[in-house]
Design a protein around this ligand. Structure first.
Ligand code: 4UV
Length: 512
């Protein structure tokens, strides 16, 4: 077995819940503003945040929604997001996070799969939330019903098994199939916060313009938890808005921008950038999809800062690779975090590969998830041999320990960093009368990374393109929409019936 180690010293495993870890970064600065609502400028101090977390935890417990219960949250980034997240964790519950742009159909699926007992949302999403929630209680943040959920403060963390209790249940399709609940423990979340701070550095008072969604593990761990625990603050942005983002970075003298590759493109090319004083920015940190060396350098040159990259995955809480300012290598996805081991495994033979060779990236470390909810088969296919997690990404590690993502083995499509599970789109297609088979792949795109396109086999009375698009629009979120439909006679499959996506991808690539 060839094991690649981390260049960083290990961090100690910290026996705290994620909320205790975050509070530890707040208790000695009670009067500091730690959360700011970007559009309105409304602020919340550390003391107010901790007080609200405890009150909501008490209220949820009194309402029978505390320890052992699952609360669903479907909201954009607002300060209350962080309050709800930590109140559920403090009360010993589980929080499942939904994309706020989900349709009722998608909401319904996650609520029933996660066995959530209540859905918290914002007034704007109430109709969709109600339509998806069926008999479940839905409460909107900012309403009297939400205020009534506040109770007597719960003074201490409800004891939980830090290694095995699922505190958060985000959804990911993993290497194959439909989105699955990713069971992350307090240990997973806490250690990743410490790994990121130790490996990537953190400045006291660092303020992030937080537009990366908290429902996704990148925003949840890196923006929300690292900034609160590390001694910083977050300005929450409910959606990406370039002028507001730049304004906040300028006004709060942000030292770092946490971004995804489509934003790198804007930072490199958009004329608006020149209207703001971004001289406080020391680094731009990108993750969630590939960022090429050329674009990375263009961003660094334009903003006169270092342009860094990390690599992560929901199943890894999420970070396994990051880059220090002093050790930047444009185009690399990063070096292994503290406490993180890697292997490069030949997907065909299962043999371990060495420096400079391309194979599937396997990861072992305390940030590896507990498994997929109610899905032992998917768990066993993903976490193999003594805790090694198969990422489904093809990577190469060089002699200095820099990891480069070169391809993707798994089905997953990434549209602007958002996960699109081909299996979900294919299931939507074949559920339509008159469609007998379908395959969905990602079409490379300079702005979006990849766009989902479909190969569809017609039966009798097949729907036309407009009818297919209408159903997609009604049932699936915007980033899961099809950008092209190709009518074909059959879908290429292996002897065992698996769609030969590689064949389709090569066929499209050959068209140039
Ligand atoms: O499960 P997920 O949606 O998770 C993420 C998490 C990305 C993060 C989070 C915090 C960071 O600090 C950070 O640097 C990155 O995206 O999708 C996981 C898949 O996204 C692709 C890869 O296929 C993963 O299996 N991916 C993530 N980062 C990169 C990437 C990257 N730097 N280059 C190429 N692909």
């Amino acid at each position: 077995m060839t094991i690649f180690t981390s260049p960083f010293a290990d961090v100690a495993l910290n026996d705290q819940s994620i909320t205790e870890r975050v509070f530890a970064g707040l208790v000695d600065r009670p009067d500091e503003v730690v959360l700011i609502d970007g559009p309105s400028g409304r602020t919340m101090t550390a003391a107010a945040f901790m007080d609200q977390v405890k009150r909501l935890a008490g209220g949820l417990t009194a309402a029978g929604l505390g320890a052992g219960h699952t609360v669903a949250l479907m909201a954009p980034n607002i300060p209350e997001y962080c309050v709800i997240f930590h109140a559920v964790a403090w009360a010993g519950g589980t929080i499942t996070t939904l994309n706020p742009t989900y349709t009722a159909n998608e909401v319904k699926h996650q609520l029933s799969d996660s066995q959530a007992e209540i859905l918290l949302t914002i007034p704007d999403f109430m109709d969709t939330a109600r339509a998806g929630a069926g008999d479940l209680d839905v409460i909107a943040i900012g309403t009297p019903e939400f205020a009534a959920l506040m109770g007597d403060p719960l003074a201490a963390q409800v004891p939980v098994d830090l290694d095995h209790h699922t505190v958060v249940l985000p959804y990911s399709s993993g290497t194959t199939g439909l989105p699955k609940g990713v069971m992350l423990s307090h240990r997973n979340l806490v250690v990743n916060v410490d790994q990121i701070i130790a490996g990537g550095g953190f400045y006291k008072g660092e303020v992030a313009a937080g537009f990366l969604p908290f429902f996704h593990i990148y925003g949840m761990t890196v923006i929300m938890n690292v900034h609160l625990a590390g001694g910083g603050a977050v300005v929450t942005l409910p959606r990406f808005d370039l002028p507001l983002f730049l304004q906040i970075c300028q006004d709060y003298k942000s030292r770092r921008m946490w971004i995804v590759p489509p934003v790198a493109l804007a930072l490199a090319k958009h004329p608006l950038i020149d209207n703001y004083d971004l001289s406080s920015i020391e680094q731009v940190f990108s993750g969630a999809a590939p960022l090429g060396a050329e674009l990375s350098n263009a961003v660094g040159n334009r903003l006169n800062c270092v342009s860094l990259q990390g690599y992560g995955m929901t199943e890894l809480s999420p970070v396994s690779h990051l880059t220090e300012v002093a050790a930047n290598r444009p185009g690399a996805a990063g070096q292994a975090c503290p406490n993180t081991l890697c292997r490069i495994v030949d997907p065909e033979s299962g043999a371990d590969l060495g420096v400079g060779q391309e194979g599937e990236l396997w990861i072992k470390g305390p940030q590896v998830m507990q498994g997929y909810l109610n899905n032992p088969k998917a768990t066993a296919d993903t976490i193999v041999e003594d805790g090694w997690l198969r990422t489904g990404d093809i990577a190469m590690i060089d002699a200095d320990g820099y990891m480069f993502i070169v391809d993707r083995l798994k089905e997953l499509i990434k549209f602007k960093g958002f996960q699109v599970a081909p299996a979900e789109l294919e299931a939507t297609l074949v559920a339509m009368d008159g469609i007998t088979d379908a395959a969905v792949i990602g079409l490379p795109d300079p702005e979006c990374g990849e766009k989902p396109i479909a190969f569809v086999v017609k039966g009798e009375n097949a729907p036309d393109e407009a009818a297919i698009n209408k159903i997609f629009d009604e049932t699936l979120a915007h980033y899961k929409q099809l950008h092209q439909i190709r009518w074909v006679d059959e879908i290429p499959k292996s002897a065992s019936g698996k769609i030969l996506r590689r064949f389709l991808r090569d066929q499209v690539a050959a068209e140039g």
